[in-house]
Design a protein around this ligand. Sequence first.
Ligand code: ASP
Length: 357
Amino acid sequence: MSSNLMHPEKSPYILVLGMGGTIAGLASAAERPLEYAAGQVGVESLVSHIKSAIPKGVNLISQQLANINSRNLSEPLLSSLGERVYASLEDPAILGIVVTHGTDTIEETGIFLQLTCGRHANRLGKRVILTGAMIPSNAPGADGPSNLLDAVKWAATPLDNCPGGIYAVMDGRACLAMDLAKRHTTALNAPLQASPSSSAGLINPSWLSGVKAVQAAWTEDLPIPEGGEWPWVEILTSHAGARPETVSLWLDSEVKGLVLAGSGMGGFHDAWQAPLTLGVSKGIALVRTTRTGAGITYSDIPEKDPIGYLAAGSLTAPRARIALQLALNAEKQAKMMGKPLTWQDFFARIAVLPVIG
Ligand code: ASP
């Protein structure tokens, strides 16, 4: 195991990229596993703990990209991860990639990698697997080692019918990384709770056909923004007693987009209507989604969308935010190349991706 990527004698291999999280966390005392610091143990050490269980013929090489609590995930770090994954997929010595990550924002990283590297991975027939843990590495019942082992096996398994792409494996199950969403504060299956999934060892045929439908629909990756070039996008949640100031306070800022986590089918408080209309006239991109946690936000439902708004389809607010940032960045890059494409063109391709299950 090494953090040095130049190991031709070990080729071909699975690359394990460490980002931090509870999987690399340390609890202060075994009897208090919820009191811990995330991102303490190096990825090389995580990999060494599963070494004896790795199937014969599978070589691992690790590299530490960060060792953070993922609640502090930054956009420049997402750019570094995306660039590393994209370039590593092209390396003929690399069979697949595993990313160890904190679960708090694994939802954002999942959609980011799908939209920037998903087509690339599919075309090259390689899998990128996100994994993490809910129990810190030194606490009884730590789930990190088994999750990491499952992820490595999933990345290294001959493809058979399961295409290259961006997946996640945790708690013995797998799903597309873009379907990951942490929906419980402590449960072992928290990140996959809301996701239709397949057992990590056994592929469910209806899930697989859903995966293939997503892969067929995602025909072109979006560019990865330069670390300092991510457009500023905020999430605003509608609620009883919402005030116009929640929106108007942003109108003189550098904000380029707002994701509205609306109530029910993605509607928002009438008090927001006037400042949002002003926002559209100032060129702020608006996306509607729902705070319910499940279901689709449809265009023109329950009322016709004002010009300038887009409905987020099945995207949750954190995913819609990443998608809107990538769409705004893609519009900027298209303009520089003289192509008349807008953020709406890019966002619409994401919002219509098939939903599995
Ligand atoms: N706060 C941790 C993190 O996201 C939680 C986890 O990894 O489960 O880094």
